[in-house]
Write a protein that binds this ligand. Structure first.
Ligand SMILES: [Ca+2]
Ligand SMILES: [Ca+2]
Length: 404
């Protein structure tokens, strides 16, 4: 695209953005765009109607799922207010940690919960905003350091390094690792997870609205619509590098240590929810296709051109909006010992329907999709304890544990 056209488009997008309002659904966490209007910014046109697009493979299309009755979910802890993260701190085998959208982080032990840290005064829990992700440093047992991902009072993204204190009041901000201005209230991504060593991965959605109006996901110079990484340290320069682009709203992704890759649930817009596998360590950040493709379907209001030189990665699994749901929640590969039928399978689900599925990695894709009999209403997140047993948070306030 010529520079002048590009500048003109940015100008139009800015003008549109100033006047745009985004209506948030009444739903607690309306991650999907099912209720979104589809505004088209005036004057913004597709860059190249003639661009030849690749043909999506079968994996990018919704596939039938076989039935499974392999595990149950049971209530692990109740009475939370909009919990949307669950997990463990390295070395803490007795505790399971739960974060609420309002900024509070709890440690649950033997059915009792203790508030360990709160950023409630720094964030606004509304729609897709609030405390969105937690990642304990690998040496947390010694350093007491953890990373929090949130939106601030103005709705802008923050990734911060915190140090736990002897009480919740004594927890302190060590340093801000990243600030990202958000053009709209939705699609803030927000997942943070450690990979090898102190390498932190952070996911950002396309900034919001619908159809990626500013085409940021396919724009290299924007950090929106990307998964990025950095090396976390208490001092020195923090540099963020692209890991993948072309994402709409990666709502939960997980680091697969054995395969050195990320498993991503990327929330769709009107039609398709998708699971992606992103191999790490490739020389160029791959392209996950949004806003040109939603799953394996053209987003007709989007951009015709795939940008950049990243290899296009198609979903390894997908499902259509309807009975199956409307907003994916990416999960983890089960590494526990209690549920034999889940061993080595990636578990994911849907926020709107509560349905759960699992797939086994196969080559660079997955084997047959198994729809599980168990379900979790208002499924906001998956996480595991130090034994690899899986948990899931529900917007209703309950944290569930997957059991045999
Ligand atoms: Ca946003
Ligand atoms: Ca995609």
């Amino acid at each position: 695209m010529p520079a002048s056209a590009s500048a003109r488009r940015r100008q139009l997008a800015r003008a549109w953005r100033r006047t745009a309002t985004v209506s948030l659904g009444a739903m607690l966490l309306a991650f999907a765009a099912a209720a979104e209007a589809r505004p088209v910014p005036p004057g913004v046109v597709a860059t190249s109607q003639a661009a030849a697009l690749p043909t999506p493979p079968e994996s990018a299309q919704p596939q039938p799922a076989g039935p499974g009755r392999t595990f149950a979910v049971k209530s692990f802890a109740r009475g939370f207010k909009a919990p949307l993260w669950v997990g463990h701190a390295p070395g803490d085998s007795a505790g399971v940690w739960v974060a609420q959208q309002n900024g509070q982080l709890y440690r649950v032990r033997s059915g009792k919960r203790i508030l360990k840290l709160s950023i409630a005064s720094r964030t606004k829990a509304e729609g897709e905003q609030g405390l969105l992700g937690v990642a304990f440093l690998p040496d947390y047992a010694k350093s007491k350091l953890l990373v929090l991902s949130s939106t601030n009072k103005a709705g802008d993204s923050r990734v911060e390094l915190w140090k736990m204190g002897s009480s919740a009041k004594r927890a302190r901000l060590v340093r801000t690792l990243l600030r990202v201005k958000q053009p709209f209230s939705n699609h803030n991504g927000g997942n943070v997870i450690f990979g090898a060593g102190n390498t932190l991965y952070f996911g950002l959605g396309d900034g919001g609205s619908a159809d990626d109006p500013n085409r940021v996901a396919q724009t290299e110079s924007s950090i929106l619509g990307k998964i990025v990484r950095t090396t976390v340290s208490t001092s020195g320069t923090i540099r963020w590098l692209d890991v993948a682009y072309g994402l709409r709203n990666p709502w939960r992704f997980w680091f697969d240590k054995g395969r050195n890759e990320l498993w991503v649930g990327d929330v769709g817009q009107n039609a398709i929810e998708e699971v992606d596998r992103i191999p790490l360590g490739e020389s160029k950040a791959p392209n996950l296709g949004w806003s040109v493709f939603e799953g394996g379907q053209r987003d007709t209001a989007g951009d015709d051109a795939l940008s950049g030189d990243g290899r296009l990665i198609w979903p390894v699994a997908a499902y259509r909006h309807g009975d199956d749901g409307c907003s994916i929640t990416g999960g983890e590969i089960y590494s526990g010992t209690k549920i034999g039928a889940l061993k080595g399978r990636y578990v994911y689900g849907d926020f709107c329907s509560g349905r759960l599925w699992s797939v086994e990695p196969k080559g660079d894709g997955v084997g047959p999709i198994r729809r599980e009999a168990a379900s979790v209403p208002q499924l906001t997140s998956f996480g595991s304890d130090t034994d690899g047993e899986l948990y899931a948070t529900s917007g209703s306030g309950t944290v569930y544990k997957l059991t045999k």
